[in-house]
Design a binder for this molecule. Structure first.
Ligand code: DX5
Ligand code: ZN
Length: 220
């Protein structure tokens, strides 16, 4: 079975005890930490930036999986690298010069991901796939946690896997938005191997929810 990775999204965490909550998911076996950055322009919400990531970096050895939901992400790549990102994912819709952006992320020594909104066609990846370590399929409209998974996205996950197979590409397929224990199995079966979950992990007991996710991810 290919490697499966859980990336809990701190967007749903209790920020007044963020260090403890991150520690709980790390202890429970999560491999990544998903850090959602929003600029109030690309998405209608604001969230966190480099200072928070920099301070979490001193507390955690998790892979820092930074999801930039910002216009013109090139402006911030160096800042996030310096703050401690291990991988940076940018939205294809927010990049005029995607080749330059992915090259810069790689030049900073980080893994580069490309994210697509639910209705953005996979064809925008045609030339990007060989330069991409991970494709992130948004399965809700980005900007907020706690939304319902768009069911038609299962077909898109399958189509992406097929496209990658045809291209002989081994990049990760990350799914973000509305993932919970009830739909995890179908999402994995469709071909996702990196799972983001915010409210399903942090709106309860983060450690035991992480274990429940990982158990299913190890079985399906
Ligand atoms: C939404 C973010 C997600 C969010 C997912 O725009 O990209 O990472 O935290 O939250 P849930 O898992 O609650 O849908
Ligand atoms: Zn995200």
């Amino acid at each position: 079975m290919e490697k499966r990775i859980l990336s809990p999204s701190i967007l749903a965490a209790d920020f007044s005890q963020l260090g403890e909550e991150v520690h709980a998911v790390e202890e429970a076996g999560a491999q990544y930490l998903h850090l959602d950055v929003m600029d109030g322009r690309f998405v209608p919400n604001l969230s966190i930036g480099p200072p928070l990531i920099r301070s979490l970096r001193t507390k955690s050895r998790l892979f820092f999986d930074v999801h930039l939901m910002v216009e013109e992400p090139d402006r911030f790549l160096d800042d996030f690298a310096e703050a401690g990102a291990d991988g940076i994912t940018v939205h294809a819709e927010a990049c005029t010069h995607l080749d330059r952006t992915l090259s810069r992320i790689h030049a900073l020594g980080l893994r580069a991901g490309v994210a697509l909104n639910p209705m953005t066609p996979l064809s925008v990846l045609d030339w990007a796939i060989p330069q991409t370590d991970m494709v992130l399929l948004m399965t809700v409209n980005p900007g907020f946690g706690g939304q319902a998974f768009r069911p038609y996205m299962l077909e898109k996950i399958r189509a992406l896997r097929e496209k990658m197979r045809n291209a002989g590409c081994e990049a990760d397929v990350q799914v973000d938005g509305g993932v919970g224990l009830q739909n995890l199995e179908s999402i994995l079966q469709a071909g996702a191997n990196v799972i983001v979950a915010g409210s399903a992990i942090f709106n309860g007991t983060p450690g035991s929810s992480t274990k429940a996710f990982l158990e299913i991810m190890g079985k399906v």
